[in-house]
Design a protein. Structure first.
Length: 326
């Protein structure tokens, strides 16, 4: 009988212990022992250039709009795209502030090409330049970079993007993959610049052209050691200096639209701008005020149609500059 009582007491004690454990399981909070699984974690920094700004993976892809912060600047990712993107705000170079890539392509690139980084999935980066830095950049081809904003302190903001297609998958790229890639690119090009301006106080929209003609005009003003001449049949050749070019550059470039033009060059007189060391000649036609011809290497010709919203002609503006020396 005593043995039975002891057995019953042991059973009752075990039942009470199990009941307490079950109760504790319902009341104790769950502790996250993995510090990387938070909504505010930043991706690990990796070395990045302006051309290839593919970010490292952020393990905390959110299901709600996610705001990236770098210093005083913010960039909010829309709710519908947040889980599809990887971002980087640290470890960037060359004035970069934010870099955004498609997550699926980055992950596929890591599996397909271990140890390599060719920028798979990179969609865009946002960076800043001083006015002096931008003036130098405008002396060369700026493919893959566009100015979209400026502040009141002489800083310009650019969106950088690849000039090739960076989508990648482990297997075949499906129609659904391409649709997602196109959607993200459309968001990057059509919405991000305006959203960035709206989200960051003190910024206003801005742009700078980088056509072949605009590049040569910028070189005349900003590229150290560049020499050029202006010539007409009536008054001959003059040699303005860089300071003169810089003074006239705003009047030549502000509001200018440059479009490639098919066909042959018109007949008639023209004002000639020559870069002798580069073997480049630019003809501003007098009789056809909107036509400019650029001749490189002595024989290769390209025609451009140049217009201003004001209705003035580029020949008239170039001639006004030229006549200051006559």
């Amino acid at each position: 009988m005593l043995k039975l009582k002891k057995t019953l007491c042991a059973a009752l004690s075990l039942m009470l212990l199990l009941a307490c454990a079950a109760c504790q399981a319902h009341t104790d909070p769950v502790v996250n022992t993995n510090p990387t699984e938070t909504t505010s974690s930043q991706p690990s920094p990796t070395e990045t250039t302006a051309e290839d700004a593919a970010p490292t993976e952020d393990d905390s892809a959110a299901s709600a709009p996610r705001t990236l912060v770098n210093g005083d600047f913010r960039l909010t990712l829309p709710e519908e795209y947040a889980e599809l993107l990887l971002t980087q705000t640290e470890g960037l170079e060359n004035g970069m502030l934010f870099s955004v890539s498609e997550k699926a392509s980055v992950e596929a690139g890591e599996k397909n090409h271990p140890g390599e980084d060719w920028g798979a999935g990179w969609l865009f980066s946002i960076g800043a330049m001083t006015e002096a830095e931008l003036n130098q950049a405008l002396c060369y081809d700026m493919s893959g970079r566009e100015v979209f904003a400026q502040d009141g302190n002489g800083t310009y903001y650019l969106i950088y993007h690849p000039t090739d297609v960076r989508i990648e998958r482990e297997g075949d790229i499906t129609d659904a993959d391409m649709e997602q890639w196109s959607t993200l690119n459309n968001w990057a090009f059509e919405q991000v610049p305006a959203a960035f301006i709206a989200e960051n106080a003190g910024l206003t929209a801005a742009s700078r052209g980088n056509s072949e003609l605009e590049t040569w005009l910028n070189r005349a003003a900003w590229l150290e050691g560049e020499t050029f001449t202006l010539t007409t049949l009536d008054y001959g050749t003059v040699t303005p200096d860089a300071a003169s070019a810089a003074a006239h550059l705003p009047g030549l470039l502000d509001g200018l639209t440059v479009e490639w033009q098919d066909g042959e060059a018109p007949d008639g007189e023209y004002l000639v701008m020559t870069f002798p060391e580069e073997d480049v000649r630019i003809d501003f036609f007098k009789g056809n005020h909107d036509v400019v011809r650029i001749v490189t290497g002595g024989s290769y010709e390209t025609l451009y149609h140049c217009t201003y919203a004001s209705g003035e002609s580029i020949y008239e503006r170039m001639d006004a500059w030229y006549m200051e020396f006559n």
